[in-house]
Design a protein around this ligand. Structure first.
Ligand code: 1HE
Length: 269
């Protein structure tokens, strides 16, 4: 990692199943249960929730990765003891709360994926705003084979990335997508070389951290909601959001900078 990340203090340091560190406006949250392949236990889902609702005020982007050879093996199956229906619903809702805190939180979250990204691990990745993957990454939804169903928001978020038909195939047949297939299917935006994921995730985080806060707000909060609206309501909401963003002093400064030749042009990477 080129940038220097300092371990976070306070509440974030007390989360023993996560490693949290910060470099200027970028926070790095690493799942830290490698012996169990970062399987998500009740304690880990609670810590993910706590971390994302307690982001330091100066953080403007988060990188989420997994320690060890895999990003995340999904639900900790050892804890899937017999639950009555009420507690099973509440368990699933605790995942929804944690992943909603990621998707609808204050800052963009970039997942860096390698090894297994399966079951609840894919649901976690799908709640992030951008996904970077190394060639070792592979994607599966073994719930179908385990006799259970997704419960961490997967049926809402994964079809929005890859389509209902592909998710149906994964769940019915146990089909596993490799990283290149995952990229073609829409599961990730950046496919990088082996061991290059974190550097790419951090570089992207530094870039998005420099966006105007109101633009970031619009992309994170308005865009996914508008995309679910009927077109007429969506267009109206878009107009309101556009007017709010345009009227901020920061937008005025940025627009003037371009017109005066002080801001970058749009160039092909
Ligand atoms: C686990 C889990 C887990 C590993 N829950 N303990 N997810 C799955 O069905 C995936 C299950 N896991 C696997 O398929 C494999 O473990 C991996 C492909 C992810 C990794 O394989 P490998 O060879 O590197 O590791 P391993 O030897 O299988 O596992 C190492 C340890 O982690 C071992 O425990 P140990 O005490 O014997 O050392 C495993 O039991 C443990 N482990 N994965 C519990 N998932 C909100 S609903 C979401 C629903 C789901 O996510 S369902 C999908 C669950």
């Amino acid at each position: 990692m080129s940038a220097e990340f300092i371990p976070s203090g306070g509440l974030l340091a007390a989360l023993d199943l996560l490693q949290v560190s910060q470099c200027s406006a970028v926070l790095h949250v690493r799942l830290n249960r490698p012996a169990k392949r970062n399987a998500i236990s009740d304690a880990l889902i609670a810590q993910i929730h706590t971390a994302f609702v307690n982001l330091p005020a100066d953080v403007r982007a988060v990188v989420l990765s997994g320690e060890g050879a895999h990003f995340c093996a999904g639900l900790d199956l050892a804890e899937l003891v017999e639950r009555d229906i009420g507690s099973a619903v509440l368990h699933s809702r605790s995942w929804h709360a944690a992943f909603d805190a990621i998707q609808f939180g204050r800052v963009p979250v970039i997942a860096v994926l390698h090894g297994a990204v399966v079951g609840g691990g894919l649901e976690l990745a799908a709640s992030c705003h951008l996904r970077v993957a190394e060639p070792s990454a592979y994607f599966g939804l073994p719930e179908g084979q385990r006799g259970i169903f997704v419960g961490g928001g997967g049926s809402v978020r994964v079809p929005r990335l890859m389509g209902v038909a592909r998710m149906t195939d994964m769940m019915l047949t146990g089909r596993v997508y490799d990283a290149a297939e995952g990229e073609r299917a829409g599961l990730l935006q950046y496919l990088v070389g082996e061991t290059e994921g974190l550097a790419k995730g951090i570089a992207l985080a530094q870039k998005v951290a420099s966006n105007a806060p109101m633009s970031a707000f619009a992309v994170l909060q308005a865009l996914p909601r508008i995309a679910e609206m009927a077109p007429a309501e969506g267009l109206f909401t878009e107009s309101l959001m556009a007017a709010v963003a345009e009227s901020t002093p920061e937008a005025q400064v940025r627009l003037r900078a371009f017109l005066e030749g002080r801001a970058g042009k749009v160039v092909k990477a």
